[in-house]
Design a protein around this ligand. Sequence first.
Ligand code: HEC
Ligand code: HEC
Length: 409
Amino acid sequence: MTCGSIDRLLYRLAFAAAFAAAWLALTAAVCAADEARDFSAAELARIAAHGPWPLASAPDPGNRVSGNAAAIRLGHDLFFDPRLSADRRVACASCHDPVQGFQDGRATARGLLTGTRNTPGLLDVRHRRWFGWDGGHDSLWSASLRPILDPREMGGNAARVARTLRGKAGLDCHYRQAFGKPPHANDPDLLVNVAKALAAWQETLVSPPTPFDRFRDALQRGEAQGVAAYPTAAVRGLRLFLGRGQCATCHAGPLFSNGEFGDIGVPFFIRPSGVDPGRQGGIKRLLASPWNLLGSYNDDATRDNATQTRFLRTEHRNFGEFKVPTLRNLKLTGPYMHNGSVATLREVVRHYSELDEDRLHTDGERILRPLRLTDAESADLVTFLESLSPASPLPPPAVPSVVAACRAP
Ligand code: HEC
Ligand code: HEC
């Protein structure tokens, strides 16, 4: 054997050893990832409960123009129309900006709710049971009527709404097509009709599937590649979410919300003085409203959709409770909480990790305890929460078509 051939042999051995080491490292990593994805039957069932997505939907029985093409187009056009407001400068979209998940990125909204309430995003809004952080509305259409009228929000009124609609080719025609009569300021139905058209359009706002949804579906179908594509850190975060964190008790189901109200110890003081009574104030407001589902504007002849409203009573524990928000689209909808007091998801997780139990004031069942997460666990939980948002920016919403009867000749 020549020295040259010994050199070559050594070189090959060294190459093989390096290759073997790399291979071992790779398989160890893959096995660790596989192990992390080894779910018990109970875990699989709990993960499955957060889908499928999107949810099936039916027309809203309380809104007779739910799903109506003319109403959807009218609702779309009005949502972006500042002429509904007193100073002709504020549209729904001024606060509910489509590219920011239909909210404004501010801690608290301008106008009415300055210093008190954060603007909620409107994607998937049709699936909510109560509207407003305090549940002050029991239908999407009544939640859409309030901002038009409130002097500190848009400050509109029936005369202004009628003026905005009348004689404007598209708006006027779509209104007539949807409601079978012209818009008239003295018509007691006018404002409710406009709110129902706004609701019909908002019902079409559905968020796209997320990395979590793809993982959940792949797991259900036993598709290894789809399961492996979900980051291991997100899997660890998911385990915390379902297990030790008990997050899914309240952030349940495909919407990551049980649709009800809770107290997680977010301070509810309003500067300079006063408190936001949360759900307790919301129930009072709802029961006093002429536009709740117990009233005559509810289009559901069976009144089945009013059952939950009928049995509402304020209890002491409702004081300082706020709606359990959906966790979909969080990447778009910060800052967080009813008053926008928490800037980032990292801080939300810190809130739950270092929870101040003295701040919890409801007498209901205590499921929240400080989690005392390590930095690595906190990062995992944040990675999981981020996986509940679409991976790429959302395109602007499609403009609904003009109905045939309203097309220019
Ligand atoms: C000045 C900013 C602002 C404007 C303008 C505005 N909103 Fe809102 N919107 C908010 C805030 C803040 C809330 C939360 C209110 C609460 O907690 O009671 C809200 C809540 C809602 C909700 C309930 C969502 C939920 O998840 O509970 C709907 C629906 C809604 N707005 C639709 C509209 C429509 C339709 C318009 C136009 C007619 C409009 N908004 C105009 C700031 C605004
Ligand atoms: C007892 C019910 C409950 C439990 C358990 C719970 N949450 Fe919440 N969560 C809420 C409520 C209620 C709010 C809104 C509080 C407010 O605004 O005052 C909220 C707010 C949030 C928000 C802010 C969302 C937004 O859009 O503003 C995030 C993120 C969140 N929770 C994640 C979690 C995580 C992660 C866990 C587990 C560690 C968890 N939650 C456990 C009820 C709960």
